[in-house]
Design a binder for this molecule. Structure first.
Ligand SMILES: [Zn+2]
Length: 249
């Protein structure tokens, strides 16, 4: 297997990330997709997303798709459920780092920056270990007519996990992909055993491993639906909408 050399500012192998629809479509309230979980798993064994109707956060680990609901509880999703937005890949841990102990999200971020070959590629991230705490929030199922995501996520409750082992999974996306995806880090959490999780706001990792899979190719699948056809995918306040719905600070 090819190994990434940090001194070389290029990934050493090509790796495809597959994406279903666009972040800007989700922001515009396009919450019903046309891809089933079964089809999505055919494009990757690792990833994140959401479900039709914005019914919870999705996290795919080792080919198993988990659905996390608004109260932080998790269950395995069925192959026939559908998703309006997903990013997946077949995760290969080309870069692995033993995390220095007791670091928060903002302290781990520069460590990841220092290990990746360039800001200009995509990265899948997997952090496994023992967490002192993980602060999450989870979207809740919407009813039609759907509101824009900035309104639909106003009431999201945050769920905090303490003294928990588990996995944080997701993607670090270049700024030039803004609107296609969420620029920066977008990660979800699943506690070991699938006992709970959510969209990660912050965490403190007592000890664990950070694994990174560089992405060089993006396969984008746009929904062939009337709703997507009519969506406003380039709003003037795109930055503010992404910040309000995903970063929540
Ligand atoms: Zn999320």
């Amino acid at each position: 297997m090819a190994v990434m050399t940090p001194q070389l500012n290029l990934p050493t192998v090509r790796q495809t990330f597959f994406q279903n629809s666009l972040m800007s479509a989700l922001l515009d309230g396009i919450y019903d997709g046309e891809m089933s979980i079964g089809e999505i798993l055919g494009h990757g064994n690792f990833g994140i997303g959401t479900f039709d109707g914005l019914d919870g956060e999705m996290i795919i680990l080792d080919g198993v798709c988990w659905q996390v609901r608004g109260d932080g509880s998790a269950c395995k999703a069925s192959m026939s459920q559908r998703s309006p937005y997903t990013v997946v890949t077949n995760f290969v841990p080309h870069i692995a780092i033993d995390a220095p102990p007791n670091l928060t999200r903002s302290e781990i971020s520069p460590i990841i920056d220092s290990k990746v070959p360039s800001q200009n590629f995509m990265y899948a991230l997997r952090i496994t270990g023992d967490f002192e705490w993980v602060k999450t929030r989870t979207v809740v199922k919407q009813q039609k007519p759907y509101q824009k995501m900035i309104n639909a996520t106003e009431e999201d409750a945050s769920v905090d996990f303490e003294d928990v082992t588990g996995t944080i999974a997701g993607f670090r996306t270049p700024v030039y992909e803004k609107g296609i995806s969420v620029p920066g880090c977008h990660v979800h959490f699943l506690a070991d055993g699938g006992t709970g999780g959510g969209h990660v706001l912050d965490f403190k990792l007592r000890s664990g491993t950070i694994e990174i899979c560089p992405g060089t190719d993006l396969q984008l699948r746009l929904p062939l639906t009337a709703e997507f056809s009519d969506a406003d995918l380039a709003p003037d306040d795109l930055d503010d909408q992404i910040h309000a719905t995903e970063v929540k600070s």
